[in-house]
Design a protein around this ligand. Structure first.
Ligand code: BES
Ligand code: MG
Ligand code: ZN
Length: 494
């Protein structure tokens, strides 16, 4: 999709569809900044809206009145119930391209009023770029529809608009790359696929990249990836990528769970919806493509990414319930349930992180069904040992339309992880599964680390169109991480 900025005063502006968003705050200013010829049309519909006579957004054919515009699409933020203003605007913006696709309109334009420039332009861009995404490459006739998009702004905002367009173009491209990898079937996206992407992103954008393969992992003593990956013909990988920013000291380390398919192992999952477990690498994918965006946007902080990737397969070679192994930090783990594999592979990632001495560590994982039950599909869980880091993630997420709710790392629940045969059991004994998973991870974080854990088992995928997302992976986490890295000093004051 090609995006560009145009000045509202240009003589030769023309478009197949002009989208106008009537946000609750710009009702007053919209008319003063819009191109003259469409003023009366907007005026009429805005009055209808204010008189509560419009119940949905509308497509108005105006070609017989205006020679340079075929349709006007009017979207009213106030009609989108429940969502906050930013998300309401993302949803509205995503609806534009849903209108133009069946009409096969080639050029689509959006009127950006001066009042929209600060608060709404970014959500409008995101709604369009993320809302347009579908995963249809395996259809026998995938959609070829690729409209050209113009944003009509006043001359005053031309340069700001161009900068924001570029930023969202880069960011949303990485979110969509992330969705692409997650949506691939589990026999296509295997651990080595992560390694290939990590190498190519690193090469292209000047990052360093280390890939530990199966024999490296055995030699260097990363037992968890070996244990979890044992049942698969696709061996595990531990991947480390580094983005270094000259002149900056702070160091953020991101860890992603990359289970390329989670059958549950011998503790096998029920068949229903098991296919969704091709997305059990969503945390790893988020971290991988965050690195792509961070490098392209030249973020002012050093960032390291560690991805622990393996397939949790079932078979005669798979690890068995009752197995006990020593994690790299020396603690022994009793594998009570082979389906609690994410927390196992993350112990290797934390051990690798220890070597980096980062200021902050954030892990992201589709870790527990319990988190989905607690918070539903639109909210991720966040836990950790450092309040300002947790708050920073929540604040960055809010700006980007990704919601994080804090769950407590309640110490008494640690007793659920006690085990007569080993230092730790890999599952709890009762309710509060998202928390016991967090408490388990806490046993493996590097000494004195300031750490947060993000459980994205709810929002990593949607099985029906939701908000501005079509069915499939959402790329959850990328936007929050990039927001945090772009404005690191603002969110994490030194
Ligand atoms: N990948 C799953 C968690 C999951 C569930 C992610 C639903 C997305 C949607 C994880 O590996 C898992 O199986 N967790 C178990 C843990 C249990 C055995 C303690 C779970 O949540 O059932
Ligand atoms: Mg599992
Ligand atoms: Zn899993």
């Amino acid at each position: 999709m090609h995006l560009r900025q145009r000045n509202t005063r240009d003589k030769n502006l023309s478009t197949d569809l002009l989208a106008v968003f009537v946000t609750d705050t710009n009702k007053g200013t919209l008319l003063s900044t819009c191109p003259k010829p469409i003023k009366p049309i907007l005026q009429k519909y805005i009055q209808l809206f204010q008189a509560k006579k419009l119940k949905c957004d509308i497509l108005i054919p105006v070609g017989d009145v205006l020679s340079n515009i075929q349709y006007i699409f009017l979207g009213f933020q106030g009609l989108i119930k429940f969502y906050k203003p930013g998300d309401a605007v993302r949803i509205l913006a995503s609806r534009v391209l849903k209108q133009t696709k069946p009409l096969n309109l080639k050029k689509v334009s959006v009127l950006i009023t001066d009042a929209d420039m600060r608060p709404y332009f970014t959500p409008i861009l995101q709604g369009m770029l993320l809302g347009f995404y579908t995963f249809d490459k395996y259809k026998s006739s995938p959609s070829k529809y690729q409209p050209e998009i113009e944003f009509w702004t006043s001359q005053k905002y031309a340069s700001v608009a161009k900068r924001l367009i570029h930023r969202q173009d880069v960011l949303c491209e990485s979110v969509n790359h992330c969705r692409d990898l997650i949506n691939e079937p589990g026999d296509v996206a295997i651990p080595e696929t992560f390694a290939k992407h990590a190498r190519s992103i690193s090469k292209k954008h000047g990052l360093t990249c280390e890939v530990l393969n199966e024999s490296d992992l055995k030699r260097l003593g990363y037992p968890a990836l070996i244990a979890v990956g044992k049942g698969s013909i696709h061996p595990p990988r531990l991947i480390t990528m580094k983005y270094k920013k000259r002149g900056h000291k702070k160091h953020l380390l991101l860890i992603g769970k990359g289970i390329t398919f989670d059958t549950g192992g011998i503790s096998i999952k029920p068949a229903n919806e098991m296919w969704e477990m091709k997305g059990d690498m969503s945390g790893g994918a988020a971290v991988l493509f965050t690195m792509e965006a961070i490098a392209r946007l030249d973020c002012p902080v050093n960032v390291t990414a560690i991805i622990a990737t393996a397939e949790n397969a079932i078979g005669s070679r798979a690890q068995m319930p009752g197995n006990i192994f020593f994690a790299k930090n020396g603690k022994s783990i009793h594998v009570d349930n082979t389906d609690a594999e994410g927390r196992l592979v993350l112990t290797d990632a934390f051990a690798r992180a220890e070597k980096e001495k980062a200021d902050y560590i954030v892990d992201i994982a589709t870790l527990t069904g319990a988190c989905v039950r607690a918070l539903g599909t639109e909210i991720a869980g966040v836990m950790g040992n450092t309040q300002n880091l947790i708050k920073a993630i929540q604040a960055a997420g809010k700006v980007q339309g990704e919601e994080f709710w804090e769950l407590p790392l309640f110490p008494p629940y640690k007793k659920q992880l006690e085990c007569p045969h080993a230092d730790l059991n890999n599952i709890g004994t009762g309710y509060g599964g998202a928390i016991t998973a967090g408490l388990f991870l806490q046993e493996f974080i590097p000494d004195k680390a300031r750490w947060a854990h993000l459980d994205i088992a709810g929002p990593f995928i949607t099985t029906k169109p939701e908000k501005y997302f079509n069915e499939g992976a959402t790329g959850f986490g990328v936007r929050t991480f990039v927001e945090l890295a772009l404005n690191f000093k603002k969110y994490l004051k030194p």
